[in-house]
Ligand binder design. Structure first.
Ligand code: S3P
Length: 428
């Protein structure tokens, strides 16, 4: 697919439902007894993987006009799957579903595609084993995971990595365990699970870095609404900041502060945007956001991102790198080893593709550095089957000197099936 440069974009963006939140409400809906209705549910392939796995456990899930309906007898009545569960490309699916399998009294297997099967799982195996489950993995770290579930026991678990998937895995297992399960979180990561738990009647408390659930929990069905996905919106936000005369409006955008680190930095750097109609969907803050071309940002954006800031924008780094090419102070990412463990090795995917497009960049084990004020020339991009690499470099194509060609554009459906239609709809 060829992405042609453009000199203006404008209009309103139809955002997909938040992928992270969709996974969580689907899992909690399946664990709860009764009929859960979720509107605005993501149509991403990742979330379809979660729904298919939950169906294998005996849950009835149907698409409705604007979302899904889940009918379940609750987690105590999950059935042994007749075949290995398939998490597809979704790290969130395999890490959250593993908790459900660990707490169910049967043997099961879960695996994913070649990308997921290369991603580290020891980070969930350690706490789930301490809670009582037996899980075998390839080289003690990689899928397929062969799980022998059992009645779990609550633990206190300090998180060794800043990971919302690991945190959520332990909290979900804690709902099925006897006693209290406490997760200690040194660096805050996205907190959608914590915000959702009370809506499903779970007992959840948070004191500073200590997050606690009590099990075994009697979860009740709920009616939930999914905000627009900030991590999908950000491709258009970055495009608007770089294209003269750009003006975009994003309605129903989720702005949970644990996700919007990049928006805060852009605002502090002088990005011209306006948030209106602030509201909440089941404890998730939502707004309408109007944004336009903001050359100030290129002068003021901070030259180095690391630590907590990085965690709050972990999925935004590929598109931030595209913005980074144009910044007056350049852009350095450090402390981002985790980026190498995503759908692709995102440090390498970013570096290879910036170079493919004629941009100078230096690679480090934990990040990269882009020298200031460069033009993106154009050329061929390897997506590595990674949806966020494909979308980030499609944005690069909008602002490049020459067209950008993506080798495998269909991977955008992992999170945002209508990405290219949306991109075409705003071209000037
Ligand atoms: C996610 C958490 C993050 C993020 C991923 C989605 C989630 O991963 O990168 O895209 O839904 O919990 P980690 O938990 O590995 O940091």
């Amino acid at each position: 697919m060829l992405i042609e440069p453009t000199t203006s974009i404008g209009g309103e963006i139809d955002l997909p439902g938040d992928k992270s939140i969709s996974h969580r409400y689907a899992v909690l809906g399946a664990m709860a007894c009764g009929t859960t209705s979720i509107s605005g549910f993501s149509r991403s392939r990742d979330c379809e993987s979660t729904l298919d796995c939950l169906r294998e456990l005996g849950t009835d899930i149907q698409r409705s006009d604007n979302g899904i309906e889940i009918r379940s007898l609750g987690w105590e009545r999950f059935q042994q799957p007749g075949k290995p569960l398939d998490a597809g490309n979704s790290g969130t699916t395999i890490r959250l579903l593993s908790a459900l399998l660990a707490g169910s009294p049967f043997a099961s297997t879960i695996q994913g595609d070649t990308s997921v099967n290369r991603r580290p799982m020891r980070r969930i195996l350690t706490p789930l084993s301490r809670m009582g489950a037996t899980i075998l993995a390839q080289n003690e770290d990689y899928p397929p995971l062969r799980v022998t579930g059992t009645q779990l026991t609550g633990i206190e678990y300090p998180l060794p990595v800043a990971s919302a998937q690991v945190k959520s895995c332990v909290l979900l297992a804690g709902l099925m365990a006897h006693g209290e399960t406490t997760v200690v979180e040194p660096i805050p990561s996205r907190d959608h699970t914590e915000r959702a738990l009370p809506f499903f009647n779970a007992r959840f408390t948070r004191v500073n870095q200590h997050l606690q659930v009590t099990g075994p929990a009697s979860l009740e069905a709920a009616t939930m609404q999914i905000p627009g996905d900030f991590s999908a919106a950000v491709f258009f936000i970055v495009a608007a900041l770089l294209i003269p005369e750009a003006r975009l409006c994003l309605r129903g955008l989720g702005i949970n502060p644990s996700r919007t680190g990049l928006l805060t930095l852009l605002e502090n750097s002088g990005a011209e945007f306006e948030t209106t109609n602030l509201r909440e969907f089941n404890a998730e803050p939502v707004c309408d956001l109007a944004i336009r071309f903001s050359p100030e940002v290129l002068r003021n954006f901070p030259p180095e991102i690391s630590g907590e800031w990085l965690t709050s924008m972990i999925d935004e780094i590929p598109v931030l790198a595209v913005l980074g090419t144009r910044l007056d102070k350049g852009l350095k990412i450090r402390g981002g080893e985790e980026l190498r463990k995503k759908e692709s090795d995102r440090i390498n995917s970013v570096v290879v593709n910036l170079r493919n497009l004629g941009v100078r960049v230096e690679e480090f084990p934990d990040g990269f550095e882009i020298p200031p004020n460069q033009q993106i020339q154009g050329g061929k991009v390897q997506t590595f089957g990674d949806h966020r690499i494909a979308m980030a470099f499609a944005v690069a194509g909008l602002v490049a000197q020459e067209p950008v060609e993506l080798d495998e554009p269909s991977c955008v459906s992992i999170s945002f099936p209508a990405f290219f239609e949306t991109l075409n709809s705003i071209r000037g």
